[in-house]
Design a protein around this ligand. Structure first.
Ligand code: G6P
Ligand code: MG
Length: 218
């Protein structure tokens, strides 16, 4: 049975991809090239450092390590300005009722995000207090699809991986869940989330009944 649900942050609970996009675009434009929303798709679920490398590849630019550090720092400063302006209305549809439903059924709630800004974002949108554990980009050494972030979440909650369900919008995240030995709900397109046990177009479609179904399958 299901004892814990572990959530990715960006693209599952909130739509911060648009803010990452604006900040990366500003950096690209300063360096003299454009960065499109389509390019931004490649950065979803990817760490800050790796995102910068992809961005530089798109622009055909090379930077020294010192310059990369500064570029990533500046991008983050811009990104955090957007985050600071976030409010409770930015929690995606369906998330709060679902988290409340889990709470009422005593199912534990964890966050498993690559973002180093995860705690701040949860606080800004006022859902931080509902989480039993938060594992973020400051606490893991290996990025998704490595299962570390979700395994650490399960350990912190004292729950076996087979009793966890992961909610993810990124392919690498779904793969991380599978490698952790957890079931997963993909949020997005079935074509990109093939490894997920079920795929839903958004969190608005999630229900506990559906979780029970994937619980019985396993
Ligand atoms: C998530 C997002 C990525 C982002 C990463 C790191 O995985 O989907 O787009 O690059 O977190 O976020 P950070 O806030 O630490 O720069
Ligand atoms: Mg995500």
């Amino acid at each position: 049975d299901i004892k814990a649900c572990l959530f990715d942050l960006d693209g599952v609970l909130v739509d911060t991809a648009k803010y990452h996009y604006l900040a990366w675009k500003r950096l690209a434009n300063e360096m003299g090239f454009d960065f499109t929303e389509q390019d931004n798709e490649r950065l979803k679920g990817v760490s800050r450092v790796r995102s910068l490398e992809i961005l530089l590849e798109i622009g055909g630019k090379e930077l020294t390590d010192k310059e990369k550090e500064l570029a990533a720092y500046r991008k983050n400063e811009w990104y955090v300005e957007y985050v600071d302006a976030m409010g409770a209305d930015e929690v995606l549809d369906g998330v709060i009722p679902f988290l409340e439903e889990l709470k009422s059924k005593n199912i534990l709630i964890g966050l498993g995000s690559a973002s180093k800004n995860a705690q701040k974002i949860l606080e800004k949108v006022k859902i931080d207090r509902i989480f039993d554990v938060v594992i973020d980009g400051n606490m893991v050494s290996k990025a998704k699809p490595d299962p570390e972030v979700f395994l650490n979440g399960a350990i912190a909650l004292g729950v076996e991986p087979q009793n966890c369900v992961v909610f993810e919008d990124a392919e690498a995240g779904v793969e991380a869940a599978r490698r952790a030995g957890m079931r997963s709900v993909g949020i997005g397109e079935p074509e990109t989330l093939r490894l997920a046990d079920i795929v839903l177009p958004s969190m608005a479609k999630v229900s506990l009944d559906m979780l029970v179904d994937i619980g019985q399958e396993a």
